[in-house]
Design a protein around this ligand. Structure first.
Ligand SMILES: NC(=O)c1ccc[n+]([C@@H]2O[C@H](COP(=O)([O-])OP(=O)(O)OC[C@H]3O[C@@H](n4cnc5c(N)ncnc54)[C@H](OP(=O)(O)O)[C@@H]3O)[C@@H](O)[C@H]2O)c1
Length: 307
């Protein structure tokens, strides 16, 4: 603490009528209007637009890191906090750790990573320590079991480490409907602060049982693959947005897909993968303004199914 964070700098610059505001008018006004939702287990409010980093494993390439640094800086300037990574995403944890350090923004962010080992508690513990080292942080905000890996042993271990103050929250992730039954079992057996699941207008199966169960069990829901990994953009192609999306203040297909996913009442935050600042700008457009109601959600599904 004691130094001015990048977000505070942005606010100061805006208050002073800086030219930064004139250069990027849409987004710099945004942080105050970004929708936040509460994590049920604590009541802590987090912005609904997060960031997924499974494409941040670029190693030492200065050029690739510069592009990612721009995206990350933009994300933080716009009021984003929640970032998801994993040891399994090649060098993503180290790259993210270095970029946060260079930008001096770690304390503004909510960092989520994962454990994916199945060789016993010592090995899993060692992996969580290695993640903290790479991310250059003492405390990881959210530690998740990656794709249910050895969840029967890893969840109790993560709870123990949470009690020791190593993490603030514990979660469990999946991105495949073939794992939903097992996921349900784990959600019934353990108290979890978060679940992470794939959910999009194209892949709606999580809404059948997992999302209602998360709501019942008081678990925050983080959404991955809201664009189907990017595939959904190919499905919509260069079609224009339907006229009725204007009342939802939707101006791109990405915003359509994000507003659909985030308007499910059980959801807390989406973590679209974004390696480009312009995608960050676009996606934050979906974190403000009106959200589709049940009727409009149906309309979005019908439109998409007819493509
Ligand atoms: N089991 C698990 O725990 C699990 C599994 C899968 C994913 N995840 C997490 O979920 C995150 C998201 O999943 P994902 O990255 O695979 O899929 P995704 O978010 O559905 O799609 C990411 C793709 O969409 C593109 N994109 C983002 N914003 C866009 C925009 N406004 N317009 C056009 N294209 C846009 C990205 O491009 P650019 O990169 O060029 O910006 C990237 O190619 C991952 O990064 C990871 O953190 C977790």
């Amino acid at each position: 603490m004691g130094r001015i964070s990048r977000r505070d700098f942005t606010k100061t610059a805006l208050a002073a009528g800086s030219i930064i505001a004139a250069a990027t008018p849409i987004s710099l006004a945004a942080p105050a209007s970004i929708i936040k939702r509460k994590i049920p287990s604590t009541g802590e409010a987090i912005p609904i637009m997060g960031l997924g980093t499974n494409r941040y494993g670029v190693g030492d390439s200065a050029e690739a890191r510069a592009t990612l640094r721009d995206a990350l800086a933009r994300f933080q300037e716009l009021g984003g906090t929640v970032i998801d990574t994993a040891p399994g995403y090649r060098t993503s944890e180290s790259v993210l750790g270095d970029l946060m350090h260079e930008l001096g923004i770690r304390e503004d962010l909510f960092i989520a990573t994962k454990v994916d080992r199945d060789s016993g508690p010592d090995d899993s513990l060692a992996q969580t320590r290695e993640s903290a080292r790479k991310l250059r942080t003492d405390t990881i905000d959210l530690m998740q079991v990656h794709s249910l890996r050895d969840w029967k042993n890893n969840i109790p271990l993560l709870h123990e480490l949470k009690r020791d103050g190593k993490f603030r929250y514990v979660g469990l992730t999946t991105s495949r409907s073939s794992q939903y039954q097992e996921m349900e079992k784990a959600m019934l057996r353990h108290d979890l602060d978060f679940i992470q699941v794939d959910y999009s207008v194209e892949q709606r199966a999580a809404a059948e049982r997992l999302l209602p169960l998360a709501a019942d069990r008081g678990m925050a829901v983080m959404l991955n693959r809201t664009f189907g990994g990017g595939r959904i953009f190919d499905a919509v192609g260069d079609r224009p947005l339907p006229a009725w999306t204007a009342e939802l203040q939707i101006s791109s297909w990405a915003q359509f897909l994000l507003k659909y996913a985030l308007s499910h009442p059980a959801t807390t935050v989406a973590i679209p993968g974004m390696t480009k600042a312009r995608h960050v700008d676009d996606n934050f457009g979906a974190a403000q303004g009106p959200m589709p109601d049940a009727g409009q959600r149906k309309q979005m599904e019908t439109f998409f199914d007819a493509l």
